[in-house]
Ligand binder design. Structure first.
Ligand code: HEC
Ligand code: CU
Length: 320
């Protein structure tokens, strides 16, 4: 009956998939059997006891054995199904402690994924194979619903609240993610791709900080330039808590108008602000300390990916 399951269900991409399909198909066949147990005798009796002139209908009151049987057996069956479902639900509801955490932000009409190291992607989810992943989800506007058919996972995403869901992907390759809660005119476009990577692929994916940055470097969208990517970093990596972009002084020097000019250092020398100096300032902030400032900037080594440094350089360059 495997062909029927394949016909009725999506591919099995997670550990849940097998269990859920077993239960679904189990209930399906149970329904088929019960249906036949009722329908066949009904048709047979309708024919067997059809109207015949002169036939007298026998008068039956009840049959205790029969009635107890058809009450107790289905009861036991229902209780068994309940515990079967409960067991599955308990596994589904609580992620294992070692699960990797991915934050999902849903908004009209896209999916944003954020990984433990801060890497981000849009509509493009990557997870390592055979490792549990837990999703912590919230919405910026209306109710959406994270639905990954191959994983047999489907969960509402609610504004102002966090909901969680998890799975353990077992099939390498791409799977569909879609929104399963009507969320407005772009609802049907609200899908994403789940890529289940092997360990090496996933490590490489994280190394470059996801794939969102690619949109800013391919030149396709005039509103997404490397400098715009740098601005995103400025705001999300905390640079804006010490650096301004309007010329005013903060805990650190402003970034406005520094590119291409000489800057005085606290050791009495000066240095030209170019890409190399900017990179060095981010990765080794104490190597050259700007005159008039304390060496309080933390190193961003390991925290900024190559594409983020490039974006920041372009952003600072654009602030003339
Ligand atoms: C805790 C405050 C703080 C944070 C956060 C911070 N910086 Fe700085 N930054 C400073 C200070 C203070 C200086 C000046 C002293 C020095 O050169 O180390 C500085 C200097 C710099 C310089 C050299 C500027 C110049 O005028 O020559 C660059 C470039 C820079 N920071 C980039 C960054 C980037 C990029 C980020 C975010 C990823 C960042 N900083 C986050 C405090 C900070
Ligand atoms: Cu939606």
């Amino acid at each position: 009956m495997e062909w029927l399951r394949r016909l009725m269900m999506p591919a099995q991409g997670s550990e849940f998939a097998k269990e859920i399909d077993n239960m679904y198909m189990g209930l399906f066949w149970l329904s088929v059997v019960l249906f036949l147990m009722i329908a066949i005798p009904t048709v047979y009796f309708a024919w067997r006891y059809r109207y015949r002139p002169g036939r007298v209908t026998p008068h039956n009151t009840h049959n205790t054995t029969l009635e107890i049987t058809w009450t107790v057996l289905p009861l036991l069956l229902c209780v068994a199904i309940f515990f079967w479902g409960l067991k599955g639900w308990m596994e589904y509801a609580v992620a294992p402690g070692e699960a990797m955490e991915v934050q999902i932000t849903a908004k009209k009409w896209l999916w944003q994924f954020e990984y433990p190291d801060g890497s981000r992607t849009i509509n493009d989810l990557h997870v390592p194979i055979n490792k549990p992943v837990k999703f912590i989800m919230t919405s910026e506007d209306v109710i959406h619903d994270f639905f990954v058919p191959d994983m047999r996972v489907k969960h509402d995403i609610i504004p102002g609240r966090y909901t969680e869901v998890w799975f353990n992907p077992t099939v390498h390759g791409q799977h569909v993610i879609t929104c399963a809660e009507y969320c407005g005119k772009g609802h049907s476009d609200m899908h994403a791709v789940l890529t289940v990577d092997n360990d090496a692929e996933f490590a490489k994916f994280l190394e470059t900080g996801g794939t969102e940055w690619e949109d800013y470097f391919n030149g396709k969208d005039p509103k997404k330039t490397p400098a715009d990517w740098g601005k995103v970093q400025y705001e999300t990596k905390g640079c804006n808590s010490c650096h301004t972009i309007d010329g005013s002084k903060s805990k650190g020097p402003t970034w406005k108008g520094i590119y291409g000019h000489m800057v005085e250092l606290n050791n009495g020398t000066s240095v030209l602000v170019d890409d190399d100096y900017l990179r060095e300032s981010m990765l080794y902030p104490n190597a050259k300390v700007v005159k008039g400032f304390e060496p309080i900037m933390p190193t961003f080594q390991g925290l900024l990916k190559e594409n983020q440094i490039k974006g920041l350089q372009a952003f600072i360059k654009s602030l003339q």
